[in-house]
Write a protein that binds this ligand. Structure first.
Ligand SMILES: Cc1cc2nc3c(=O)[nH]c(=O)nc-3n(C[C@H](O)[C@H](O)[C@H](O)COP(=O)(O)OP(=O)(O)OC[C@H]3O[C@@H](n4cnc5c(N)ncnc54)[C@H](O)[C@@H]3O)c2cc1C
Length: 464
């Protein structure tokens, strides 16, 4: 198998999707993922339409002894969705969502984006917790946890995953739910893409919106950390109803007053998980914590909230290196550190954030999902985002050193595996993050993927 093959050279028995080989005109577009730093060239891109196509693609890859990468939304910053010289199973044609409003369940194809789920669910006044950006893939986000605005009341995305269909390494379509193959469902709840290609997810839905309260007062870093401290203390009381993050960024563009352009700022972004009017009243004090640079707060529809941050992060335009670690608490020292790191960011496009937990997220037992311990109070993420190759080192060092500098506030050395840098921390970080669940994950991996066919992920090697 080599890169010069034409489409007619590649026959995948039983495959009804699109085959894209390196000589095809659309190849470069099809192999591109969200992070512009990733430049990998698969031998074949198998763009699937059905679960049968996925079975055919996995069977083909096994027969040719080729590595397999799985792409849903393509957002993984480590670029795990694409590989060199292997088969890239691309699910971007499998974005269907059907909602059973009576049972409050969404059935979601493996390549769907969060905007697909939100739109279909909101037609019935329902939603399930997704991420903050609407073009992130449901699959990658869910399989490593899924942290979104609704976590206060409804937990992580995995906490709402009730069933899945998975094409495993031997080319079998395995159905999993609480009764059938429950070990696999458990492992999918945080264990990443290690166990097979998920062709369908089923999520529990909850009455949501349509109108909700989004608060986003913005303060200047130069004015000090007092508003962040007040926000932290506020969330200690209301974290069971408010999904929130304090996001550090650089002011600029028409939405900001001209005199603030170029200033480092932070947004105390909050979504009240409940009635919009009640939320507006409850969140009002966060808008009175000092001189605001500006205020993006308002009541809006859930789908709008889910797309508010999309323009901050346009696909394919930026080079990225993102890392996140869980924090036990958020003491003043950690807030000061986050302020200092934000001020030192080499790129104005970079972001860093403090995310709250608690609420429904914290109510799930450590061994109930592969994800593990829920007693972390917070998460600190550093999203290095820049444009030029010559700035790679400075920006990667900023994210990495910022991440390391927070280690003393960390939660048992655990990291959010959906913000994995470029994956260079490997096994040690994966083990620490899963904690006591790691050995059970190895057992499930060994059962469903004994040859480690699915290894482009935060890999859990099987026992050989
Ligand atoms: C702009 C942006 C915003 C983000 N915001 C959030 C956020 O708010 N909350 C949050 O929790 N995370 C967030 N993330 C992180 C995000 O969860 C991860 O990047 C995740 O991997 C993206 O999923 P994807 O399907 O788009 O990725 P892809 O790159 O397509 O896939 C990532 C990996 O997931 C696995 N995978 C994908 N599809 C399947 C499948 N069908 N079956 C089995 N395995 C599969 C594979 O291992 C694959 O390599 C964000 C990322 C970006 C770039």
């Amino acid at each position: 198998m080599n890169k010069q093959m034409t489409a007619t050279d590649v026959r995948i028995d039983g495959f009804g999707g699109e085959i894209i080989v390196p000589s095809a005109p659309g190849f470069d577009k099809a192999r591109a993922v969200w992070n512009a730093m990733i430049d990998k060239r698969p031998a074949v891109i198998a763009r699937c339409r059905t679960a049968d196509d996925v079975i055919a693609a996995v069977t083909f890859a096994r027969a040719k002894n080729l590595p397999v990468a799985i792409k849903a939304g393509g957002h993984n910053v480590a670029g795990h969705a694409v590989c060199d010289e292997g088969v890239m199973i691309d699910l971007s044609l499998m974005r269907g969502v059907t909602v059973d409003a009576d049972r409050a369940i969404a059935s979601v194809e493996g390549g769907a984006l969060w905007r697909d789920v939100d739109a279909a669910s909101q037609e019935h006044g329902l939603a399930t917790p997704g991420g903050l950006i609407s073009d992130t893939g449901v699959a990658g986000l869910t399989l490593s946890g899924g942290i979104g605005w609704l976590r206060a009341k409804h937990g992580l995305s995995i906490d709402n995953l009730v069933a899945a269909d998975v094409v495993t390494a031997d080319g079998t379509l395995v159905h999993t739910n609480a009764e059938e193959n429950p070990d696999l469902l458990w492992a999918l709840k945080g264990g990443g893409g290690n166990f097979g290609v998920v062709t369908r997810f089923a999520f529990a839905l909850h009455p949501t919106g349509p109108e909700m309260m989004f608060a986003a007062p913005i303060y200047a870093v130069e004015d000090g950390p007092e508003p962040i401290r007040a926000w932290r203390d506020f969330l200690a009381q209301h974290g069971d109803r408010v999904g929130s993050l304090c996001e550090f960024s650089t002011a600029g563009g028409d939405d900001f007053p001209k005199e603030s352009w170029g200033k480092r700022v932070y947004t105390l972004a909050c979504v009240y998980n409940g009635d919009a009017a009640e939320g507006e009243a409850l969140l009002q004090p966060l808008r009175e914590l000092g001189n605001m640079v500006t205020d993006f707060s308002g009541r809006m529809n859930y789908c709008e909230i889910q797309q508010l941050f999309d323009t901050l992060m346009p696909a394919g335009d930026f080079r990225c290196y993102w890392k996140a670690r869980y924090l036990t608490d958020l003491p003043d020292g950690m807030i000061d550190l986050a302020m200092a790191n934000a001020a030192a960011a080499p790129s104005d496009n970079s972001l860093s954030s403090l995310w709250n937990f608690g609420g429904a997220t914290a109510k799930v037992a450590s061994d109930a999902t592969a994800f593990g311990d829920r007693s972390m109070g917070w998460m600190y993420s550093l999203d290095g985002v820049w444009s030029n190759v010559e700035d790679d080192d400075a920006n990667m060092i900023w994210s990495r050193e910022g991440w390391s500098s927070a280690e003393r506030y960390g939660h048992h050395g655990r990291a959010y595996l959906n913000f994995p840098g470029h994956g260079e921390d490997g096994d040690a970080l994966t083990r620490a993050s899963f904690g006591a669940n790691y050995q059970r994950l190895v057992e499930v991996k060994t059962k469903y993927d004994p040859q480690n066919v699915f290894r482009f992920n935060q890999n859990i090697p099987p026992e050989f």
